[in-house]
Design a protein around this ligand. Structure first.
Ligand SMILES: Nc1ncnc2c1ncn2[C@@H]1O[C@H](COP(=O)(O)OP(=O)(O)OP(=O)(O)O)[C@@H](O)[C@H]1O
Ligand SMILES: [Mg+2]
Length: 285
């Protein structure tokens, strides 16, 4: 594999008894890249992560992670990757600090790193609290702290901000951006298109087990910007939306000259619109 390629899937398919959950999936993850797998419930996101991390065998195709075939991984892979999924594996009766301390010993990570990570996720003040007493968002941040304690090369996040309040989500986004700057590659699944737009270098739109589109969020939004529109706010408080026709452009120009316009925005579609156009289905089902 090329040096900066940390993860490569080629022609991955997965059949669960009768259901074909993944169909010919291919993708590549590079160092320092955030890749988003975007798709509605049941699209195959968790299945993909499980195959990559060796928890499930693909029916066909090949997944290579850090140069090793996912089907042949041993426990040492966990020194190089971090995985955050629903089953948190946090020890409820132990304190926040103790929870990280156990893993710091296993991974031979310095105690000073625990402090650093706790500050990064905003849990340092809560370090003595038993994990059971944390709020949901705090609990999720603890799981994240544990997953990055040993500075993994790849971080897998299955719905990192699902069910979190917006400000906690923002602090997690900030942390992910910082980790990316340090060179960590992040593979995340989400059905939150705003999150994907903000964070991801590339997104794969997954629908019924297939990657139906791939690109940067900007590329995809522009590609599907078929109906070019402008939204105007006028000084008198009126809001108007205009399609891009010669007459409308003429009218907007006149209003500009007459200083009638407070603000003007072009309406590029969001990833949600893109998804809807590609699949005919909504992301949030
Ligand atoms: N162990 C299993 N046995 C049989 N079918 C399964 C199993 N795990 C998942 N599936 C099926 O495979 C499909 C993909 O499931 P998966 O969990 O990968 O979806 P997902 O995209 O992660 O969805 P969500 O957003 O709800 O977490 C679903 O239709 C699901 O019912
Ligand atoms: Mg899932």
């Amino acid at each position: 594999m090329e040096q900066n390629v940390l993860l490569q899937l080629t022609h991955i398919s997965k059949r669960y008894k009768t259901e074909l959950a993944l169909k010919d999936i291919g993708m590549t993850l590079h160092k320092g890249e955030i890749l988003g797998f975007l798709g509605p419930s049941g699209a195959g996101k968790t299945t993909t992560i499980k195959i990559i991390t060796g928890q499930l065998k693909p029916t066909s195709g090949e997944a290579k992670i850090l140069g090793t075939d996912s089907s042949n991984l041993d426990a040492s892979i966990y020194e190089k990757i971090g995985v955050v999924s629903d089953n948190s594996g946090i020890y409820e009766r132990m304190s926040v600090w103790q929870n990280l301390s156990i893993f710091a010993k296993i991974w031979r990570v310095k105690q000073s790193r625990i402090e650093e990570v706790l500050k990064q996720v905003g849990l340092y003040e809560h370090r003595k609290k038993p994990a059971a007493k944390l709020s949901k968002g705090q609990g999720q941040r603890l799981v994240l702290a544990r997953a990055v304690l040993h500075k993994p090369k790849i971080l897998f996040l299955d719905e990192p901000t699902g069910g979190l309040d917006p400000s906690t989500a923002v602090s997690i986004h900030r942390m992910l951006t910082d980790l990316k700057k340090e060179g960590m590659a992040i593979f995340l699944t989400t059905h939150n298109m705003e999150e994907a737009t903000k964070l991801c270098d590339h997104v794969a739109l997954l629908y019924q087990g297939k990657i139906v589109e791939f690109g940067t969020p900007k590329e995809l939004c522009l590609k599907y910007n078929r109906k070019k529109e402008y939204r105007l706010l006028l000084h008198d408080g009126r809001e108007e939306t205009f399609g891009q026709t010669p007459e409308n452009v003429q009218k907007i120009a006149e209003w500009m000259q007459q200083d009638k316009i407070e603000s003007i925005h072009s309406c590029e579609p969001t990833l949600e619109h893109v998804f809807l156009q590609v699949t005919g289905a909504s992301l949030n089902v």
